[in-house]
Design a protein around this ligand. Structure first.
Ligand code: GDP
Length: 431
């Protein structure tokens, strides 16, 4: 099924447009403030043709600001979607963020359509004309809120979609893996080991689109796509003074992947830098495998010490899969495969609404949520709003405190097993 990505800065009406395309109102789940949401995709159809709508809304601006954050969305869309709709607010005109994103999208081989939103009536049509300046062709005027022009936009989207969709994250194909970790942890060594003499590097697989910086590798009888390996090959990331770029690179590799292998040097104490990469993986909502590398250098004492560090520094990811490896000797490197498979299985997992609510009743009966503002919030219903990662929404009569949300996550994990994957718990309060 082909995928259409909707990108744009916040408040231009992306979610409204997604809802309009889906023809239903409740599809897009609002987030709890501060909860970063990742790509979510929905089934849609128009004129008898099925496609997926990928909503990239809700991304928080990162340290480099909004333009950077939205440009990153666009980069991801260019790698994963079959058509991209850039939404801009016609009543505001092209902002510097819109321009930065358009600049990225002008390089896109994936077709890009420009939607000029909030054109609620004819008088505003002319204002949209200034958006030609973005260099993305004709702006299609729409009003997502009122439905004006959205049918025409959908017709254009269908025209732009290829007959055969690319093999993407959403439509199958080799699973995408990122090897990440601080400099000198052994990423390049591991990559070399994985692609070494005894293993064939696969050049191409029919029907698969791979970026030039990605590598297809056969492991455990399956083909895996190691994303963004250029830096690991050329070792550019090690030169000093490039830490900022190394971190951008890490982030973009994580975002292009479905599962991240976080390499940690087992022979030395766990560092802040390890923690920062771990945070990126969790925030991006990717499946996770932790590989303790340089195991050949670990003696009994270091091992005892490492166990303490794991308890102290990695307590936020008790669900992570870990393997002890040596990229140098090749020790246990093949154990990565079952760990990757388990993590991805959890990441893809869907719990039926029936199962979920049977579980919910039992959990609440045993441990009801604590009082808030003198009232006892009722948890009425839960649904799994998304997979990759599993994202749950609890409908309640009052906000649930963080402690209780963590409790629900723990209980979800016990009941349904999400080893190797982050799980998101959102709350939607209904008055
Ligand atoms: P990268 O910066 O993460 O790509 O790290 P490299 O792969 O370049 O490795 C940095 C250094 O650590 C090199 O000197 C490697 O030979 C060494 N190294 C990598 N993995 C291991 C390992 O498992 N054991 C030992 N003893 N050394 C390793």
């Amino acid at each position: 099924v082909p995928t259409v990505a909707i990108v744009g800065r916040p408040n231009v009406g992306k979610s409204s447009l997604v809802n309009r395309i889906l023809g239903r109102r409740e599809a897009v789940v609002e987030d709890v403030p501060g909860v970063t949401r990742d790509r979510v995709s929905y089934d849609a159809s128009w004129a008898g043709r099925r496609f997926l709508v990928q909503d990239t809304g809700g991304w928080e601006p990162d340290a480099k600001g909004m333009a950077q954050s939205v440009a990153r969305q666009a980069e991801v869309a260019m790698k994963t979607a079959d058509a991209i709709v850039l939404v801009v607010d016609a009543t505001v005109g092209a902002t510097s963020t819109d321009e930065a994103v358009a600049k990225v999208l002008r390089r896109s081989k994936t077709p890009v359509l420009l939607a000029a939103n909030k054109v609620d009536d004819e008088r505003l049509e002319s204002e949209a004309a200034s958006l030609w300046s973005l260099g993305l062709g004709e702006p299609f005027t729409v009003s997502a809120a009122h439905g004006r022009g959205t049918g025409d936009l959908l017709d254009r989207i269908l025209e732009a979609l290829p007959e055969t969709p690319r093999e993407s994250v959403l439509t199958g194909g080799p699973r995408r893996v990122a090897l990440v970790g601080k400099p000198n942890v052994g990423k390049s060594s591991l990559m070399n080991k994985l692609t070494g003499e005894d293993r064939a590097v696969v050049d191409n697989v029919a029907g698969t689109t791979v970026d030039p910086v990605d590598e297809l590798v056969e492991l455990g009888g399956k083909i895996w796509n190691f994303v963004d390996t250029a830096g690991l090959r050329k070792k550019v990331q090690q030169s000093s003074g490039h830490e900022f770029y190394a971190s951008l690179r890490t982030r973009s590799a994580i975002e292009a992947a479905e599962v991240a292998v976080l390499l940690i040097d087992a022979s030395e104490p766990i560092t802040e830098q390890d923690q920062r990469v771990l945070t990126m993986i969790i925030e991006a909502g990717r499946a996770l495998v932790i590989a303790f590398n340089k195991w050949d250098l670990v003696d009994e004492d270091r091992r005892t010490q490492l166990e303490k560090e794991i308890d102290r520094d990695l307590s936020r990811v008790p669900w992570a899969r870990t393997v002890n490896i040596s990229a140098h000797t090749g020790r246990a490197v093949q154990k990565l495969v079952p760990a990757l498979e388990t993590a991805l299985e959890s990441w893809d997992k869907r719990v039926s609404t029936g199962q979920l609510n049977t579980w919910l009743k039992a959990v609440i009966a045993e441990t009801p949520p604590p009082m808030r503002g003198g009232r006892l919030p009722r948890v009425m219903f839960a649904t799994q709003a998304a997979t990759r990662p599993p994202t749950f929404v609890f409908f309640t009569t009052g906000f649930l405190e963080a402690g209780y949300r963590r409790f629900l996550e723990r209980k979800l994990r016990e009941a349904f097993n999400f080893d190797g994957s982050p799980v998101r718990v959102n709350v939607r309060v209904r008055e």
